[in-house]
Structures are given as structure tokens and as C-alpha cells.
Design a protein around this ligand. Sequence first.
Ligand SMILES: Nc1nc2c([nH]c(=O)n2[C@@H]2O[C@H](COP(=O)(O)OP(=O)(O)OP(=O)(O)O)[C@@H](O)[C@H]2O)c(=O)[nH]1
Ligand SMILES: [Mg+2]
Length: 126
Amino acid sequence: MEIQKIVIGLVANDRNQYLISLRQGKQHLAGKWEFPGGKLEAGETPLQGLNRELQEEVGLEVDDAELMERKVFAFSDRTLELHFFRVIRVRGQAVAREGQPLRWASVAELKQLPFPDANQSVIDRL
Ligand SMILES: Nc1nc2c([nH]c(=O)n2[C@@H]2O[C@H](COP(=O)(O)OP(=O)(O)OP(=O)(O)O)[C@@H](O)[C@H]2O)c(=O)[nH]1
Ligand SMILES: [Mg+2]
């Protein structure tokens, strides 16, 4: 089976706070915070997928982003290939388009809040 590719966007505001939302309900890793993102679809480049996911989830249009880290991570129940992007230019106002709790968090807060284990190395670098 092919490993699912995931595209994830780190969006910072002018106070160096990052946009995060809470995974809920029956989602994988419910109760953990996350950066917006999701599964890359067939035929998309990672940047196209990132733009689509951020529009769908938080109403933001990504104009420019750079890959920070790509990692294959084995969770207990699945293995994912995660592409973490630093979003450099964005248009629009962040809104929770899927009803998810959404907030801005400082780097100090990111280091305290529960995130998936796969996010640790990226958060450590902020
Ligand atoms: N969005 C996002 N997903 C993450 C992060 N860290 C991490 O391990 N993941 C994992 O990567 C996968 C992302 O899938 P997703 O649930 O966001 O996918 P999606 O938006 O396409 O949703 P859907 O499957 O409900 O349509 C999940 O298994 C999630 O647990 C993160 O920071 N952001
Ligand atoms: Mg998602």
C-alpha cells in the first residue's frame, strides 16, 4: 500500500503566533492540536494541495510557502509522509470553516500544548 502524503501549513501572524486547530471527534489523534492541512489528492503538487486544504479548513489562500521538513512517521496505527510548509505569504482572514476550535498560539504555547508526536521536530525548530 502506498503511504498517504499529508500537506501541513505553518501560518504565522505579525506577532509570531501560529494558527492551530483542535482535532476532534472521531478524527485520527482527536484531542491533539494541529496546524491546518490534510491529505494530498491524486494529481496535486504538494503546494496545490496545501492551498486547497488551507482554503477548505481556514479560508486562507496561500501565495507562497517553502518546505520546512518532510518526514515519514510511523504512528501506532498508520504511517504517513508529512510535508510541513512554512507559509510565507497568505491572503484572507483565518476562519474555522469546519467548526473546529481555531486559535493563534505563541511559540511558547506551541511547546506546551499537545500535538501529534510527528510535529515535535518542527515545533522544536521554531
Ligand atoms: N492537518 C494536520 N494533520 C496532522 C498534523 N500532524 C499529524 O500527525 N497529522 C496527521 O496527518 C493526517 C492529516 O489528515 P487530516 O485528518 O487533516 O486530513 P484531511 O484534512 O484531508 O481530512 P479528512 O480525511 O477528514 O477529509 C492525520 O492523520 C493527522 O493525525 C498536523 O499538524 N496537521
Ligand atoms: Mg485536515
